[in-house]
Design a protein around this ligand. Sequence first.
Ligand SMILES: Nc1nc2c(ncn2[C@@H]2O[C@H](COP(=O)(O)OP(=O)(O)OP(=O)(O)O)[C@@H](O)[C@H]2O)c(=O)[nH]1
Ligand SMILES: [Mg+2]
Length: 698
Amino acid sequence: MRLEATEEDTSPMPATEPTKIRNIAVAGHRGVGKTSLVEALLFESGKTNRLGSLEQGTTVSDWDEHEHRRAMSLSGSLCHLEWKDRKINLVDTPGDAGFQADTFAGLRVVEGVLVVLSAVMGVEVNTSRIWKRADQQELSRVLFVNMLDRERADFFRVLEAARQQLSDRCVAIQLPIGSEHELTGIVDLLHMCAYMDPSGGREGGPQPIPDSMGDLVQEYREKLLDAVVETDEALMERYLEGEELDAGAVADALKQAVTRDELYPVACGVATKNLGTTALLDLLVEGVPSPAKKGTTIEFGDAKQAVFIFKTIADPFTGRISCFRVLAGLVSGDTTLVDPRTHAKERLGQVLALQGKDSETVDALGIGDLGAVAKLKDVVTGDVLVDHEVAVEPPHIDFPEPVMSFAVTPKAKGDEEKMATGLRRLSEEDPTLVLRRDPQTGEQLLSGLSQMQVEVAVDRLNTRFHVDVELHPPRVPYKETIRKEARARHRYKKQTGGRGQFGDCAIVLEPLPAEDGELGYEFVDKIVGGVISQSYRPAVDKGVREAMEHGELAGAPVQGVRVLLVDGMEHNVDSSEMAFKIAGSMAFKEAYQNADPVLLEPIMQLEVTVPDDTVGAVNGDLNSRRGRLQGMEPAGGMTTIQAEVPMAEILTYSQALTSVTGGRGDYSMHFLRYEEVPTHVAQKIIEQTKKERETANA
Ligand SMILES: Nc1nc2c(ncn2[C@@H]2O[C@H](COP(=O)(O)OP(=O)(O)OP(=O)(O)O)[C@@H](O)[C@H]2O)c(=O)[nH]1
Ligand SMILES: [Mg+2]
């Protein structure tokens, strides 16, 4: 039976009971057909009247102009459909590593994940990453091997890869009939029927399984039953006694096992032809637990009504749309909730059901349901709104740290403020996009998870905020320090008629060891007998600090120095703070040259995950980047390499990794410590700085 909202019906639509809801995130590696599959599911359920395509930019869930331009998903998208008296909420998530914020946020509001795999590529980097996340959150999972019609598609190879690399509890619940261009349909092993290729139309009803599939179907049906009954003792007994188990009993046990994370059914089909969607929808209804069964781990205290905001969409027409999951109670347009973070009250106004970019007003949404509301004032992604002020700890979504930065500058002078405002808004929508000013280099740095993510932000800045900006590799925040002790004395003296200037100080520089990995600065007053009066000594310190802001080697800040003020002289008329500041600064510069100054560079800890067959090439490339290998860990066809690499060498690593691994690699990194730059490299940097100074002064 299909539920279809009738427009003539004006009585308030009751909220869907939690037992009748299925919340499912559609996730997987980039380009495996998630959006196409959501499109097919909507079409098969009757929610849409035609099967849209990526190529024509007509899918429901990729609706943004930037998504159309790049033919990929850039953000999460919420859709819903009805199937067999159940409401299925689908969160279509982006597969690209740069847009993981939405994927991870999406995983936070569902009970189940539909993990989509390509029948050609099998388990890929992002598949494993999502799997791990789902493990951590104990989410139920159904796999869908898509693209069975493609050349070199092999369902059984991918099934094996999933069993090896994801979990040995993956079990086929469907089988392809034929393969590649000879694919004609799929077999549903649970209901023991077949669905034939509808070539983009609606799937006809269940068909008898073709005779040619006999033995294979027998073999895999047994494997499925074995796996299911193993999780259910009562059923196991009946099975061993030779009883023919009906689909209902098996489905029941299967659902329990999927709910408890003990089994991962593997379905298959062709999203772009709408093949396999009936069996998949049946499986989602029969196999995935409802919110009533699994519930949420998000806290809402003793609130009677509560929602969790998992996504904010900046819609050019409607303004801000906040997507939420109902944690408690019934929410409707009249509902007023408070945000404990800001203490602000918000009236919801209108509760919306989203279908990609389209929305319709609904009367109410109940526990477990997903929906949206427009124009909340101060609410941001991650907030929990409640009916009365309770202290709730908002759920922590462990977003990945940015791995790369670009320096951004507006093309037109005077656009700085507009650029900053726009970028701040964009990073509110995507917490993995970070804008900050490097205090050392003064550059505005835009950091993210991938080059694509940063480039999309630049595109959006243009279309939404009308600012054109340029991206450059950022300057490396070098530092300078000293390796040995040195001493200098400087007398600053000026007699130009009237009152003169006089300051004289002797200082000693000593290397100051790092504390907790941080290089610091210390000023020690060793003056005896008051040769410089108390009031002038801080001026020496000030002068030294100023000189340290731009070291003589490469103009980088000097750190890791202890300065002892040991001697000096003052003039009872001509001395001034200014004179001692200058003397301090000059004394530092003189001593610095003799203190064996060296250049320091940031070293990053790099973690790269690549297919086994590219490990040699990846290591070779890291070697040429002055990388030091720390360890390698192979696991199921992929190897994770740990290495320490100077930041200067991996500013543009993403392109290199893509070309060495054919886009199958993935990396993350974080700052580790500063280290001395090897002499031959330092020499080049010092010369470069010299040249830049000369040009600037010319
Ligand atoms: N032959 C074939 N092509 C498919 C199938 N499913 C999707 N495609 C095509 O594969 C491409 C990627 O499909 P999408 O639906 O955008 O994949 P996605 O997983 O949503 O991609 P991202 O969201 O960008 O990660 C598109 O060109 C689709 O038309 C399929 O089953 N068979
Ligand atoms: Mg997509």
